[in-house]
Design a protein around this ligand. Structure first.
Ligand SMILES: Cc1ncc(COP(=O)(O)O)c(C=O)c1O
Length: 403
């Protein structure tokens, strides 16, 4: 069997055309190697990556401590099922609990799965009182499996897949009065991203999340944070809710949870988690030793290298560059939304042309919601790399026609 680097990008693309279901829009580039914020394609071209691993590679590509931990674990124990105790899973659960609200963990492999677990937990928890509805917010994103997709209040993702799972109530984001009006005696929980990612890096309005906490307390419902994208240090705290003055009942995290190794988790307060009994929920690979060792290595790296604080500094460096872009092109730059290394630059025009032009210049970025440039850079990116990439972006914007 051929090693990936023995094929040209064109050969790999041809193989995909023949054998891989085309459910993704892919750039015509085959990436073969990565280090920090740099990646290389099969032809040896180097790219600066402002969106490593779609938010999963929070420590950059192949962070050394994580690579070492995985190498060691692979030689010791690759997988054992959850019918056994495993040291790494227990240690990772403790590490996450101590860095959040002291709850307990259920491990899985992705964000959608973590949200499925949270939705099922809320249903079981509420069932004694006839509560089953989950409230979610417009422009939110919770994943592609059926319940997570049904929780995603964006009709464009439902098209062709209806009927959705019943029992979800959609309300306008950042509108506390709308949430209050939508509550009823059957509402079991609110599921919300503290900062909407796919929806365009939408920050919560002042007091909004705290207001939802108060509403949930008043109505006896669970407050569940989808921190799949914001979690494990992306925003300058371990979890984004920690910027605000409240504690959730349930939290989900994936993406960066294990520094790029597939992993997901649902954390729940002990008294809430207690309703899940053996046999009620499971995931074969969830909490496997490799993912948990990688997750522990990610936490160690962030702590030992002071990366939570560094993340805030990186975000501010981007802000300075973006403010200059806004001053230069006020017709193009509509808004700047940044929290740590979760970065949004809203344009007045379609952002996909900027993404394409960036790729031509070997800079990898993302656009979401049509007009928002979304960057999820690594916490290990250097100031020089931030400056280089932003200079390219500024150049691209300056070449766009007046809007
Ligand atoms: C906030 C949020 N929740 C859930 C998901 C789904 O995660 P996954 O693709 O790992 O299933 C995503 C993915 O982008 C996300 O951003």
């Amino acid at each position: 069997m051929a090693h990936a680097t023995t094929q040209t990008s064109a050969e790999t693309i041809a193989q995909f055309d023949r054998y891989v279901i085309p459910n993704y829009r892919r750039y015509p580039v085959c990436l073969v190697r990565g280090e920090g914020s740099l990646v290389w394609d099969a032809e040896g071209r180097q790219y600066l990556d402002f969106f490593p691993g779609w938010g999963c590679n929070l420590l950059g590509h192949c962070p050394p401590r994580l690579v070492e931990a995985v190498r060691e674990q692979v030689g010791q124990l690759i997988h054992v099922p959850n019918t056994w105790y495993m040291e790494a899973q227990g240690q990772f659960a403790q590490a996450l609990s101590e860095r959040s609200f002291g709850g307990q963990a259920f491990f899985c492999n992705s964000g959608a799965e973590a949200n499925e677990a949270a939705i099922k937990l809320a249903r079981v928890y509420g069932s004694a009182q006839g509560k089953y509805k989950i409230m979610t917010m417009e422009h939110g994103f919770h994943g592609r499996t059926y319940a997570a997709l049904s929780a995603t209040a964006q009709p464009k993702y439902h098209q062709g897949f209806e009927p959705m799972v019943p029992g979800f109530t959609y309300v306008a984001h950042n509108d506390l009065a709308a949430a209050e009006a939508a509550f009823d005696a059957e509402t079991a929980a609110i599921l919300i991203e503290p900062i909407q990612g796919e929806g365009g890096i939408n920050l919560p309005a002042d007091g909004y999340l705290e207001g939802l906490r108060a509403l949930c307390d008043k109505h006896g419902a669970l407050l569940m944070m989808d921190e799949v994208q914001t979690g494990l240090g992306r925003t300058g705290e371990w979890f984004a809710y920690q910027h605000y003055g409240f504690v959730p009942d349930v939290l989900t995290c994936a993406k960066a949870l294990a520094g790029g190794i597939a992993a997901g988790v649902m954390l729940a307060k002990r008294e809430v988690a207690a309703v899940l009994k053996p046999g009620m929920h499971a995931s074969t690979f969830g909490g496997n030793p490799i993912a948990c060792r990688a997750g522990l290595a990610a936490i160690e790296t962030i702590e030992e290298e002071g990366l939570l604080v560094r993340g805030e500094a990186i975000g501010e460096r981007f802000r300075t560059h973006f403010e200059q872009m806004r001053a230069d092109r006020p017709d193009l730059v509509k808004d700047i939304r940044i929290r740590g290394v979760m970065i949004g630059l809203e344009l007045t025009v379609d952002a996909s042309t900027v993404v394409a032009e960036s790729l031509n210049r070997q800079l990898l970025i993302n656009a979401t919601h049509g007009t928002v440039i979304r960057l999820l850079p690594a916490l290990t990116i250097s100031d020089q790399q931030v400056d280089e990439g932003c200079a390219l972006l500024a150049e691209i914007l300056s070449g766009l026609p007046a809007s």
